[in-house]
Design a protein around this ligand. Sequence first.
Ligand SMILES: NC(=O)c1ccc[n+]([C@@H]2O[C@H](COP(=O)([O-])OP(=O)(O)OC[C@H]3O[C@@H](n4cnc5c(N)ncnc54)[C@H](O)[C@@H]3O)[C@@H](O)[C@H]2O)c1
Length: 320
Amino acid sequence: MEGKHVAITGIGGFIGSHLAAAARRAGAARLVGIDNLAYGSRDNLSGTLGDRENRLVVRDIREIDTLEWAEILEGVDVLFHLAAEKHNQSRDDPERVLEVNVVATRRLFAAARAAGVRKLVFASSLYAHGRRGPPAMREDERPLPDTTYGTSKLAGEHLLAELSDAAMRHAILRFFFVYGPRQFAGSGYRSVIIRNFERILRGEAPVILGDGEQSLDYVFVDDAVAALLAAAGEDRDGGPYNIASGRAVSINELTEVMLRVAGSTLRPVYGPADETAGSHRAGTNDLAAERLDWRPRIALEDGLARVHAWMAKRTGDDGR
Ligand SMILES: NC(=O)c1ccc[n+]([C@@H]2O[C@H](COP(=O)([O-])OP(=O)(O)OC[C@H]3O[C@@H](n4cnc5c(N)ncnc54)[C@H](O)[C@@H]3O)[C@@H](O)[C@H]2O)c1
């Protein structure tokens, strides 16, 4: 990142705001962020943006035409495209998912190449794979998304491959379940981690839906950001990389660790099963390990302890 001019769409969101801070720490010379703040917030960016060299463009990417992109992206070396309609936010409006994640995304990719961007890094998703059962999803298996969101992310991957070339290299990262401080910025979907820490901090029992044996592969946000920066530094096309730990953690185990890091003696209560019942989703990370020398460094217990500390500070109560 040293001396680079960096652009980040979705900069006000969870991963984008951590990436922005990390890019500045890594020596980015200029940083421009694009976000309509529908799910993100300026608070996430305090201390990161605000001076002349580092600015926020508050715009909906659906409304930015090719000409405006040319102005925003002028001189940009590396573009991270993170702005998206996500699965849980938009099951009620699949057309919006396609407008943002496919139509506006394609326009951005074409504009980036025209603007002379050297590297474009795209945040894709485990939902591009589409599977919900074991074994762990492999990077080289045929993706078969079964949701509009997953289809939109896979379309984004293909469009990026189509629109990039030797002058604009690309990288695709399929994030599994990224968690960490700022995961929930005040609007949108609250994960089971955030909801249950909120309950624990109020002295209420955490709630597990179904039998709690459904499982997911969790990656701490600092590890996700490290993967984004490593992919940006590769001088060839990269991915799709699974940004995953390789291990699916059940909600029962997750809740047990959460209660432990919170120092709580509460016991979970069980509610009716939801659509995650019976699912087991993990990803292998062999390609990222081999090409990017990336593997997750933050253990689940340490990551959850950091989320708990962040939430306790926000509520002014450690919940004990
Ligand atoms: N968090 C995860 O576990 C996870 C997993 C898989 C993939 N991803 C992908 O990573 C990226 C970042 O995810 P996140 O968790 O930080 O999400 P987030 O919702 O916190 O951040 C996304 C940001 O994009 C902005 N945005 C959304 N639509 C926009 C639009 N039309 N115009 C301009 N800005 C817009 C939002 O305001 C928000 O600040 C997304 O592309 C997401 O699909 C995340």
